[in-house]
Design a protein around this ligand. Structure first.
Ligand code: FUC
Length: 788
């Protein structure tokens, strides 16, 4: 490899990847390292982005950039994950504790409208809204005198494997190239502009910001600094300082600065390094020094230069990305630009587009959720507004959880770390909410949280009065253990599980008619049951989440040899929770009463009561066939088409029901132009990233499911993917799974593990019990399943 060449050669990329794996404590032999065909992992286009949902995302978990690929003017929109509105606050409503028994009674008396009114005035947090994630700025690159009409041979692309976006075009016989990446090791956005031949690059470079309290100044002749202060939000004073620092490194030509802009003339190559930081340190601590942070990062990155930065950034990304490789088959449209394929995907099947969407989901998770940083928001990391839809925050009645559905099975467990860190925070702030608003032990979070880890109910009683957000997130803490079986990690999260359980031991109440224990007030998110409100007691989803929470907490206690009496109390309480019921339409009942057909919208996007089927395993086609049939009936009533995330949830559910063709028909809708923007971002609409992650999870569930020590291969393989393979999926209990299929049946599979023991492998009607151990992978041959 020469000094300036990039991307990497195959061997160098894998070498870098395995070194990075070792640093992560992961044995390289447990990782399937693919060297994918470049084009199979690329999004590409023949014209610049006109709007933001055509621009291409790069991210390192903290710094994000959206690249438009403009000709005469390039816009690179910038994000930093801790730039939110407002500052530390505690939204406890002191009136809540006194009003709570009255709201409960109104609900038990069937006075739902009155209950909602009282909850609205006395139970919601103060303020009633949380703070928003916000855009930081834009890097604008102008090529003076450039006439777009002169350009030929235009192509822009995002390489999901190299994690680099490249724009190429020719003008007056000169080929121009721009590469943009977000480096995790070097914590900068790095941009390189090159042109064939000497001295061909003329460039004016500026930074703008939508933030009201921001200003730009030049630093010497080759640097720009954007500094500012975040805004107030819902009456919460802005408490953050932020800074973006740019340095230009040129080869040849001249560089000068004036009026907060850099002007470069006659250069052969330009490298731009951008560092960004805020003063955020924790939800209650905002005294970081963004000037010191960005200065140090720029000095270090500038000393390294573009090629080492790019090489290390790709190797770091590939250590995660290359663990899974997929082939769902090809199609005649596979050679077309990505936007054309999306446009035609509903009418002409494109299995390779589905594979690209799957890998894009993994790319987006790696790019938006890295250890030490913030969890992926409603828009992951990418947001060009100061007032984005739903604040681009954490909606935890489905959306944040969905973001992390693909993380464990598609072999990205490190990306879950920011979610675990978020739960550690909300267990602290949520303990105050539990004590002051409910008079309860433990901790609670409702349907949203933000950078400041607010945990009170918000937005309106009919959306926010749902105390289960923290409990649902706890199931992700358990899953992280169940996949990796690391007891030290389990010990570190056990107090969070225990605290979440304690809250419910204190607030569950006996339903007067049935005598079962229920939550009250609560709701089945965010569905109006048709009797005056969404507020109710003991919706099916709450009972299902609590069964998992209590089971998993008790199991954690027993694995850790702790709290025997407490675990016993959880088991006793679990037995008193209201059970699942089948209603008059043959459906799984969403509420204690058989109200499903009275609901305000029987096609509602939320399918909360089906949590028991997916993501939970409480309902299972083999183990609880009657409930599974009722869940299928509920799904039929709801219908297949919904908003982005809700469509994606339906794919996962039909996959759990073993209905591959049904799951696939919904997937085609998700991949089509109504639910996928040209840049492959999910359309809620507007853009919300959960559908991307939920879609990747749905495809995983079609090909492999794991439950305890059982691994199901091809449980919902659609006819549209007759032959293919997937390598490197992760199953519960430290297993890695490669599957090849042919003519719609299992051809062969390999199961590897770091944890010796017996596993049951199931496919079609066949099953086999095998003993596997580290270094002794099992190779199975299909379709009848025998050991090779
Ligand atoms: C919930 C959903 C909406 C949207 C919002 C962010 O309120 O019901 O569809 O996803 O979260």
């Amino acid at each position: 490899m020469t000094e300036t060449s990039f991307p990497l050669t195959r061997r160098q990329a894998i070498g870098g990847a395995s070194a990075a794996l070792t640093a992560l404590g992961i044995a390289p032999d447990l990782v399937w390292s693919a060297t994918p065909a470049a084009e199979a992992n690329q999004l590409w286009y023949q014209a610049p982005a006109k709007v933001w949902t055509e621009a291409l995302p790069v991210g390192n978990g903290r710094l994000g950039a959206m690249i438009f690929g403009g000709l005469g003017q390039e816009r690179i929109q910038l994000n930093e994950s801790t730039l939110w509105g407002g500052g530390p606050y505690q939204p406890v409503n002191p009136a809540a504790k006194e009003a709570l028994p009255r709201v409960r009674q109104l609900i038990f008396d069937g006075q739902y409208e009155e209950a909602e009114k009282l909850a609205e005035s006395d139970l919601l947090g103060t303020p009633k809204r949380q703070c928003a994630y916000q855009a930081l700025g834009n890097l604008l690159l102008d090529m003076p005198g450039f006439d777009d009409a002169q350009a030929t041979g235009y192509r822009r692309e995002l390489d999901l494997d190299a994690a680099i976006s490249t724009t190429r075009f020719t003008r007056n016989g000169t080929q121009y190239r721009r590469e943009v990446l977000a480096s995790h090791p070097d914590q900068v956005i790095a941009i390189r502009l090159t042109a064939e031949g000497p001295g061909r690059i003329d460039l004016d470079c500026g930074i703008t910001s939508p933030q009201k309290r921001a200003s730009v100044h030049a630093q010497g002749t080759d640097g720009l600094v954007l500094s500012g202060h975040n805004d107030d939000s819902n009456g919460i004073p802005g408490a953050l300082r932020f800074e973006a620092r740019l340095k230009a490194i040129t080869k040849g030509g001249k560089i000068a600065s004036a009026d907060g802009k850099l002007s470069i003339r006659g250069a052969s190559e330009v490298v731009l390094l951008v560092a960004m930081a805020t003063s955020y340190q924790r939800f209650d601590k905002v005294n970081g020094d963004p000037t010191a942070i960005t200065s140090a990062q720029i000095i270090k990155a500038a000393a390294r230069g573009f090629v080492p930065i790019a090489r290390d950034a790709s190797a770091d990304h590939q250590a995660l990305f290359r663990r899974v490789a997929v082939d769902f088959g090809t199609s005649p449209t596979a050679a077309q630009p990505t936007d054309a394929r999306i446009r035609s995907s509903e009418t002409s099947d494109d299995p390779a587009l589905a594979a690209l969407y799957f890998q894009y989901g993994r790319y987006l998770l790696i790019s938006s959720s890295r250890a030490g940083g913030q969890a992926a928001t409603l828009q992951g990391l990418w947001n060009d507004s100061t007032n984005p839809p739903w604040g681009s925050k954490y909606t935890i009645n489905i959306n944040t959880e969905m973001n992390y559905w693909p993380a464990e099975p598609t072999n990205l467990p490190e990306c879950v770390e920011p979610l675990v860190a978020l739960v550690r925070d909300i267990a602290i702030t949520g303990a105050v909410t539990a004590r002051k608003m409910y008079g309860a032990r433990g901790w609670v979070t409702h349907h949203n949280t933000d950078l400041w880890r607010a945990t009170a109910p918000i937005d309106g009683a009919k959306f926010g009065m749902w105390p289960m957000g923290g409990a649902w997130l706890c199931t992700h803490l358990w899953d992280h253990y169940d996949y990796g079986r690391d007891k030290a990690y389990l010990a570190s999260v056990y107090p969070l599980l225990k605290g979440a359980s304690e809250f419910f031991l204190d607030v569950l109440v006996k339903a007067p008619r049935s005598g079962f224990l229920v939550t009250n007030p609560s709701m089945s998110p965010e569905n109006n049951h048709g009797h005056g409100s969404s507020l109710c007691a003991g919706p099916a989803m709450d009972m299902e989440i609590l069964r998992d929470l209590f089971d998993q907490t008790a199991q954690a206690a027993s694995i850790l040899g702790l709290d025997g009496a407490f675990a016993g109390q959880l088991r006793e309480t679990r037995a008193k929770l209201a059970p699942s019921k089948i209603g008059k339409a043959g459906q799984l009942q969403e509420w204690q009463e058989d109200w499903d057909m009275d609901a305000g919208d029987i096609h509602h996007r939320h399918v909360s009561h089906l949590y028991a089927l997916f993501p939970s395993h409480q309902i299972d086609i083999h183990k609880t066939p009657e409930l599974a049939a009722a869940a299928a009936r509920s799904l039929e009533i709801r219908g297949d088409r919904a908003t982005g995330w809700a469509t994606a949830w339906r794919i996962n559910l039909w996959a759990r029901l073993g209905q591959g063709d049904h799951a696939h028909s919904i997937l085609r809708f998700l991949l089509g132009p109504e639910r996928t923007y040209p840049n492959m971002f999910d359309a809620h609409p507007p853009f919300q990233i959960d559908g991307n992650f939920g879609g990747a999870s749905g495809m995983t569930e079609m090909l492999m499911q794991s439950l305890g020590d059982e691994i199901r291969l091809l449980p919902a393989l659609p006819k549209a993917w007759p032959t293919g393979s997937i390598r490197g999926l992760r199953a519960r209990g430290c297993c890695l799974v490669d599957v090849n299929w042919r003519d719609g049946q299992l051809d062969s599979a390999t199961i590897r593990t770091t944890l010796p023991g017996r596993r049951r492998i199931v496919t079609g009607g066949a099953s086999i019990d095998i003993d596997i151990a580290p270094g002794r992978p099992a190779r199975l041959l299909g379709p009848a399943l025998r050991q090779a």
